[in-house]
Design a binder for this molecule. Structure first.
Ligand code: UGY
Ligand code: MN
Length: 251
């Protein structure tokens, strides 16, 4: 038997209007103030995106300390648990918990269980005349209703932030669940940009005129107007959490 592994293969692809990042090519970055953790910058401006998506793995001594600047940051616990201190209040975060930090907010994440994984979305905040900057928001995805999407009971949408109902927000983060065999009813082509990571399951994503097999742990970037479609495969639901810029166009 030939046991040589072909190390030149990867499912990761980076194109001008989309990317599929499978994690096998991760090389860590160091973020000042963030210690005893691994940080992978999965999507950011260097790729052509207008936002940033990170994956952070904390050791039990891990600590993320800082202050948001021009960018608001949304943190979501993919695995494990930790504490977060903001506005002098300590909160326990567990799997499915999330915290939205507006601009100019000090934060400290600590007391992590070894191997805790956090997802972040960062977007430069665009103020809107007549509306105030959103407040800190802490919740758990399990508290958020699943709404039927596009009149298909096999497509379920959870809006983790107030979304279109509150013009203070210029970003949305949603969890999209496709029951086995469900698919987007049309090829979406829109000005909003997306970043996502798969939480469960698998399927086929169409991005521009290419088709990609996708599974739990994979991340995707879709530029504005990148044609997009997904169909779930297998026997489990396919679930992804995604970012979308909203409420600020046309200018
Ligand atoms: O909200 C959306 O645009 C979403 N339906 N897009 C997507 O899942 N690719
Ligand atoms: Mn879309």
């Amino acid at each position: 038997m030939n046991k040589i592994k072909l190390t030149s293969l990867s499912r990761s692809v980076v194109e001008s209007d989309h990317a599929v990042i499978t994690g096998d090519g991760f090389v860590n970055s160091k973020v000042p103030g963030w210690d005893n953790c691994e940080v992978n910058v999965v999507i950011n401006e260097a790729m052509g995106a207008n936002f940033c998506q990170l994956l952070i793995t904390l050791k039990d001594t891990g600590k993320l300390e800082g202050k948001t600047k021009d960018s608001q940051i949304f943190f979501y616990v993919l695995e494990g648990e930790c504490d977060v201190k903001v506005d002098n209040q300590k909160n326990k975060l567990e799997k499915g918990s999330y915290i939205y930090l507006p601009i100019g907010k000090e934060y400290l994440f600590s007391n992590a269980k070894e191997g805790t994984k956090l997802l972040t979305f960062h977007k430069v905040y665009e103020p809107l005349e007549g509306y105030s900057v959103p407040d800190v928001m802490i919740n758990n995805a399990s508290n958020i209703n699943q709404n039927i999407y596009c009149e298909d009971p096999n497509l379920l949408m959870q809006n983790l932030l107030p979304d279109q109902d509150n013009l203070s927000f210029d970003m949305a983060v949603n969890i999209f669940t496709y029951n086995p065999g469900a698919n987007l009813p049309f090829v979406e082509t829109h000005i909003m940009e997306h970043g996502l990571i798969y939480l469960e399951g698998q399927g086929i994503y169409r991005l521009a005129d290419k088709w990609y097999p996708i599974k739990k742990g994979d991340s995707i970037w879709m530029a504005p107007y990148c044609p997009q479609w997904f169909g779930a495969l297998g026997t489990e639901p396919a679930v992804y959490i995604y970012y979308k810029n909203i409420n600020r166009f046309p200018t």
